[in-house]
Design a protein around this ligand. Structure first.
Ligand SMILES: [Zn+2]
Length: 431
């Protein structure tokens, strides 16, 4: 038997274990917000990995956004040293899941296994594909690799981290700040997000969130000429955005292989708009007061390309607002940065990319697809804070099922991607 066959046999022999592990992880409802059962899932994984010879560290992101005594942000990092010095391959999964939402026909935390006539069955539950299935696959990959190649060089790390769904500040960002992703201790990172077993995700577009507020002057609604409506000023902003900014963004195309195709250009979403007096509490039966709005706010969500500079992205918006200030009587505004992330894209020639591409071809008999995510994930922190460029997302599951009701992951997909991950370990940590 060659190495692929031996690893494949080890993974197949662990099918029951892979299913049970995935189900156990789903049954710990690590909902974020607010951040429930983080310690429980870290303890569970720590026990599992310690039994395989991993040295485990429980790290609380003390003082990080969201961390509190009621909802501590716990992370687990497990490391297994090889027989000789060499590179470290790190699998990073977030252990948090998003709210359940409506529309489920199964228990979201039941982890039910159902036969679908193919694919080895499906496991259902919140977090099944995003990304407890990927986490389970990486653990099985490591266990199979250790059984076949006990005398490997270097080290394997597996982490389960908090808060990816809310920015990762109590998770990967915190660990990166503490040096856990420094290039002198970790050389290759795979994030088993549900990008599908034949796709390598090289990175993501950039993000800029900003709040724009237009100013007005309050007056009685029956005499609006005595005031100045911030809502009308915001209307002028939106008209400018519609007539000049959106057409400009549509002309900005990227060479990044972003999927879906519609995200291969600059995009802008207006996440919310609030103007005038606050909306009444639900159940309040009175009428609103007649007032001219003295303030109106929108939240902009601008996604930008690796070819764009963030200063330019911001200048497009401030330029538009400054133009209105010149042309429109009484117009004044404030703008506030809320959040920004630089785009990242790992080179196709990076070792972890080449190794994963070769393994995909070997296991699936087809050439890997290279993709870039329209939204961000924890790679941003590994890249920027950890300064580690050799990082991809690769894992089982279908991205469009993430955050949906009746989320599931296919058992065969998990096995296939576990074999890909095990082959990557064999390639990068060969004795
Ligand atoms: Zn995810």
């Amino acid at each position: 038997m060659d190495l692929t066959d031996r690893l494949s046999a080890e993974i197949r022999s662990r099918r029951e274990s892979l299913i049970a592990l995935t189900q156990d992880l789903i049954r710990i409802p690590t909902l974020n917000p607010p951040g429930l059962h983080y310690r429980e899932i870290c303890d569970y994984l720590s026990d599992r990995l310690s039994a395989q010879g991993f040295v485990t560290a429980l790290v609380r992101a003390e003082g990080a956004p969201g961390d509190s005594e009621a909802h501590p942000r716990w992370n687990l990092v497990a490391r297994r040293e090889g027989a000789a010095p060499g590179d470290c391959v790190h699998f990073n999964s977030h252990h948090d899941v998003v709210e359940v939402g409506h529309g489920w026909t199964r228990d979201p935390f039941g982890g039910a296994l159902e036969d679908d006539g193919q694919n080895g069955g499906r496991i259902y539950g919140r977090g099944a594909c995003d990304m407890k299935g990927g986490l389970a696959a990486s653990i099985i990959a490591a266990e199979a690799f250790l059984a076949v190649c006990p005398a490997f060089r270097g080290a394997i790390e597996i982490s389960a981290t908090a808060d990816e769904e809310s920015g990762g500040f109590g998770g990967v960002a915190y660990l990166a700040q503490q040096g856990w992703f420094d290039p002198d201790r970790v050389q290759h990172v795979i994030i088993p997000e549900p990008l599908h077993k034949d796709r390598i995700c090289l990175g993501h577009r950039g993000v800029w969130w900003a709040e724009v507020e237009t100013k007005g002057r309050i007056a009685h609604g029956s005499m609006p000429f005595l005031g100045d409506s911030a809502i009308r000023h915001m209307g002028a902003v939106l008209e400018e955005v519609e007539h000049s900014l959106y057409p400009l963004l549509a002309t900005k195309r990227t060479a990044m292989p972003v999927v879906p195709e519609g995200a291969r250009q600059s995009t802008l979403n207006i996440n919310s708009i609030h103007g005038g007096e606050a909306e009444p509490e639900p159940g309040y039966t009175g009428l609103p007061a007649p007032c001219v709005a003295d303030r109106c706010r929108i939240i902009l969500d601008r996604r930008f390309l690796i070819e764009e500079d963030i200063a330019e992205v911001k200048a497009e918006v401030t330029g538009l607002l400054d133009g209105l200030k010149v042309r429109r009587a009484g117009f004044d505004y404030d703008i506030r940065d809320l959040f920004e992330v630089q785009p990242v894209m790992t080179d196709r020639e990076a070792p972890v990319v080449r190794s994963t591409a070769a393994a995909i071809e070997r296991v699936l008999g087809r050439v890997a697809d290279y993709v870039v995510s329209p939204g961000t994930y924890d790679q941003k922190h590994i890249d920027r804070i950890g300064r580690l460029k050799n990082c991809i997302a690769y894992g089982p599951g279908l991205l469009h099922l993430a955050h949906q009701p009746d989320e599931w992951v296919g058992v065969q997909d998990m096995e296939d991607s576990a074999l890909v991950m095990a082959l990557v370990l064999a390639d990068l940590l060969a004795a």
